[in-house]
Design a binder for this molecule. Sequence first.
Ligand code: ATP
Ligand code: MG
Length: 650
Amino acid sequence: MANKHTIEELSYEARTFDPPEEFAAQANVTAEEYDKAAADRIGFWAEKAGRITWDKPFDEVLDWSDAPFAKWYVGGRLNAAYNCVDRHVEAGLGKRVAYHFEGENGDTRTITYSDLLREVSKAANALTELGVKTGDRVAIYMPMIPETVFAMLACARIGAPHTVIFGGFSAHAISDRVKDCGVEFVITADGGYRKGKPSGLKSVVDEAMQECPEVRNVLVVQRTGQDIDWQEGRDLWWHEVVDRQSDEHTAESFDSEHPLYIMYSSGTTGKPKGIMHTTGGYLVGTSYTHWAVFDIKPETDVYWTAADIGWVTGHSYIVYGPLANATTSVLYEGTPDTPHRGRWWEIVEKYKVSVLYCAPTGIRTFMKWGREIPAEYDLSSLRLLGSVGEPINPEAWMWYREVIGGDRCPVVDTWWQTENGNILISPLPGVTATKPGAAMRALPGIVADVYDDEGNSVAPGNGGYLVIKEPWPAMLRTLWGDEERFRKTYWSQYPDVYFAGDGAKIDKDGDIWVLGRVDDVLNVSGHRMSTTEIESALVSHDMVAEAAVVGARDDTTGQAIEAFVILKESADGGGEDVVKELRNHVRAEIGPIATPRSIMVVPDLPKTRSGKIMRRLLKDVAENREIGDVTTLADSSVMDLIQEGMSGDA
Ligand code: ATP
Ligand code: MG
């Protein structure tokens, strides 16, 4: 019998995919890794620290005496930029490509590790000349261009923590973040290319700066050449200041716990949190997980995280992890449908990408457009696929595996959060048999569990709250300037464990399924259900590309299920009875309890810039409330369309 204090498990997935033999035979990590880490977790992380070059070795692996404030690799000193760049050049890898940059409008640049060293050194010299000192925070508001990486590494090199702000955020989002972490120096570009047009960035910074008199300089990269306003004394061109610097710079070492960056979370559930990461543990964690989860072979792989650097996935798996591992990556500036809907697959073919990492929202969009598009390209270079950011619906997972991965590439569904710094729960591609839609298992060195309300581990076959029971090297250290919120958000629900805020279930085989946010859990007539499972049932219908489900107040049942769906283009509007058919489909897939009260066909869903569905806004619509905070929404016109549809659909 289901425990009323846990989330009910609605479905069971029987499909499993063993790692292909050939893949397993060459994989970086074998099953023994789990045993090794379980036998001596601290020893395991001590050994993994050997991936990094330390200027001064650490004295102690973990100091947890002031929990929940962790110190990892205590007493060690290192430089993050040195680890990402210089040491590879010193090892003779200077000619290796660090980034194949592809602009949206088709311009390209090849950045080798030697190029990277020169560019980062010049930028570091420039920042120092402009008075940026160790410990000063620097805001970066940029398109996806190589200078963004140069700027981040230049900051790391001089020990100035960066805070990268998504290039699509509003002036208000910038000024909020700049004020919250006391930034006095901003790096931006005139604009970038998005959806075939130059978008303005400097103009947005100008607007934000009206509220930020503390900012003394804005350093501007020229990307598009568009007209911009200029404030003498404050604004400086990157090419005028950086290009004339010496390309030599000696990296100083910093304490292992020196702040590396502050990243504001996506704000899917509310006000973004200024998540602080430090140097040593973060670098060990991102380097290890990038190598283990993506089975990286730096000599031969071409790796592509198709995400924005302004999201933690970009920090850990476009910049720090891949560079620490001397990997060759693709860096793509633009959107997936500009100038055409085959853009990603064209890039995979062109650079022979072997490992691709992206978000479910992208996969569902490609599903909506149809499999004929990727079929036009040669995707045979791919050998491994990853997913991150949201639960991936089993049907989307299967589509990714079959259509993109040619049924030969393992798919790793990786669960983690900005707070975590690196992937925590994921299959290991050469070890773990995968199930469509499951993150499966905590990585070696990570101790995860699912608790009920009382803090007991749930039995297999039940759902509850995801927790991490032991500290890990890349964990956040605090929320910037708000220790109280740090304690309250993550460490107060249960004693001594990290509360992730996500619901999860452990299936009968003991594998972990992340079910989305705790705030999104539905309660229908006393049954607690995850939105994810109902959404996945909708997506398993042939006509549906994407679905979002929310619980709206209901006098009889407590909450009633309201669904919003996007149909595939091949569904051609779905016909008159589409709603009825989809309701019946959910009933057949899961049962009457999960049947949506209403289903609305919508052209789009509200999403954050990292592609997460913002269910709280849909809930506002479903409950006829004023729409809440939309500052981190990628496209706010989506909400207008949905509301119009609502009022029109009597
Ligand atoms: P905020 O905390 O400000 O509301 P956010 O949680 O959306 O924002 P991120 O740190 O970018 O910000 O996202 C982490 C969240 O994304 C996780 O807590 C989880 O809900 C979701 N997530 C990420 N990867 C997965 C995955 N593989 N499976 C299921 N959910 C995932
Ligand atoms: Mg979160």
